[in-house]
Design a protein around this ligand. Structure first.
Ligand code: SF4
Length: 468
């Protein structure tokens, strides 16, 4: 059942992995992986899991739900070892269910291997057929199991060589954390579509989707994993291998707009500052007469602040968010659907009454939530509601690990700006331009994937058509 309180693209997945040379306690690795996943909870709330190696065998615990529901103290106590990988998942491929939850642990010729994947492959149909021809059988519908099977095909090779071969076969977005009984490995796809960064402890290393996870566990940020790079960590230290290359990078720009935590820095750019710059850029592009700027919390907050600063307008909290509405919330029935947005957001009448508002949000997906918020502000007495969107219209679906709606469900794919304005009931509607978005990111559009705005898929449409 779709979550009634949300009208946003879904976060994909989050991965973390760590290698400790000499843990103080047997369960330090599992515990640090837990805290890392906790910091990445926004990237997936449907399942969570940790796999830990004690140097001889890999043990796994995973389940459906949020990190703190799935991984309890008693589970940590049963996961001794010095190498751990972890995963939080929102299902982007495969159905949601325990069988598809990650990490996945396999036995192959060289021993045991654990895998956790963030991203989405675009040539799965082709790869599955090829592997099935060689006798592979599949228990799940995930890309992760496919990658495990592919690795097993190259099992005569050392793991890093097998991975380098896999990287030639795999097309799409993948940030992987992998473990054997004795090693931790990080891999990023040749375009670097999904993020992966490296940090250091006094006694080891930490890999994570976002730097916020490094901060949480007290690891010092070293650098982002390069596109196409394979990092191998074992008791001799860290080795970097160039696995595959690409003529261009294609970091997901939507990570900066909505998915990643504002306190994370991805590929050298802090997410909060990027959002604030997008807000500033909007103020340069739009000419709206208004009394104040208000954010749709929390995703519109940094952009709204940037807008207010650049336009010289007051920034006010006109909407309050109930931060305790979780995904397990009792879903309102159809007849109570109108309740949805009000459970999550409420207008502050005393702030907005009689005012001309610029309401800033990061994006519009279906438009249904924006419509309700505009109405809520009008009911609270707002004189005018102008909506400023801190990204261009999202007209195209994502095939690289984000659970977007189908194209026909994206309001911007079927309606022009004026029609959307009329649908949401705002006095005016303004989207940040694609050029303005890149200006806010410091230029260099060739570094980013912007396919959901432009329809230009960095891996080409051909591969997408084959996979869909
Ligand atoms: S299509 Fe959009 S959401 Fe998907 S990877 Fe590209 S920029 Fe990110």
């Amino acid at each position: 059942m779709p979550h009634v309180l949300e009208d946003k693209w879904k976060d994909e997945c989050g991965v973390a992995g760590l290698f400790l040379n000499c843990p103080m306690e047997d369960t330090d690795a599992a515990r640090a992986a837990f805290y890392g996943l906790y910091a990445l909870q926004h990237r997936g709330q449907e399942s969570a899991g940790i796999a830990v190696s004690d140097g001889h065998r890999i043990k796994l615990h995973k389940g459906m739900g949020m990190v703190s529901d799935v991984i309890r103290e008693e589970n940590i106590n049963q996961l001794p070892g010095n190498i751990a990988i972890g995963h939080v998942r929102y299902s982007t491929t495969g159905e949601s269910g325990i069988v598809n939850a990650q990490p996945m642990v396999f036995h192959y010729l060289q021993g045991m291997i654990g895998l956790a994947h963030n991203g989405n492959l675009v040539n799965t149909t082709e790869l599955r057929k090829q592997l099935a021809t060689y006798g592979s059988i599949f228990q799940t519908t995930t890309d992760t199991e496919l990658i495990g099977n592919l690795l097993a095909r190259y099992s005569q090779d050392k793991i890093e060589d097998a991975l380098a071969k896999c990287m030639i076969d795999l097309k799409g977005a993948f940030a992987l954390v992998i473990m054997t009984e004795e090693r931790l490995i990080g891999v990023r796809d040749p375009m670097g579509i999904r993020p992966l960064c490296l940090g250091r402890f006094k006694n080891g290393y930490f890999l994570a989707s976002e730097t916020a996870a490094l901060d949480t566990v007290g690891a010092e940020y070293i650098r982002d994993i390069e596109p196409g790079e394979i990092i191998v960590i074992d008791k001799t230290g860290l080795t970097s291998i160039k696995g595959a290359s690409s003529p261009r990078r294609a970091h997901c720009i939507f990570e900066y707009i909505y998915f990643a935590r504002p306190d994370s820095t991805l590929d050298g750019i802090n997410v909060y500052q990027a959002r604030r710059e997008m807000g500033r850029q909007m103020a340069r592009e739009f000419d709206i007469e208004a009394d104040m700027v208000i954010p749709v919390p929390d995703s519109g907050t940094a952009a709204a602040l940037g807008y207010a600063q650049e336009a010289g307008l007051p920034f006010q909290d006109g909407l309050m968010k109930n931060r305790y509405v979780g995904r397990t919330f009792i879903q309102p029935t159809q007849s109570m659907r109108e309740l949805g947005v009000r459970l999550k957001l409420n207008a502050i009448d005393e702030i907005v009454a009689g005012k001309r508002l610029i309401m800033v949000d990061d994006s519009i997906v279906r438009g249904t939530t924006s419509k309700k918020i505009v109405q809520m502000l009008r009911n609270a007495g707002a004189k005018e509601v102008h909506m400023a969107v801190a990204s261009p219209p999202t007209s195209f679906p994502c095939y690289y690990g984000i659970d977007t709606s189908r194209r026909e469900e994206l309001i911007a794919s079927t309606m022009g700006v004026e029609e959307i304005r009329s649908f949401i009931g705002a006095d005016s509607l303004h989207y940040l331009s694609i050029e303005g978005m890149f200006t806010a990111m410091g230029g260099n559009p060739d570094r980013y994937c912007d396919a959901c705005f432009s329809g230009h898929y960095p891996l080409g449409m051909e591969s997408i058509e084959k996979s869909s």
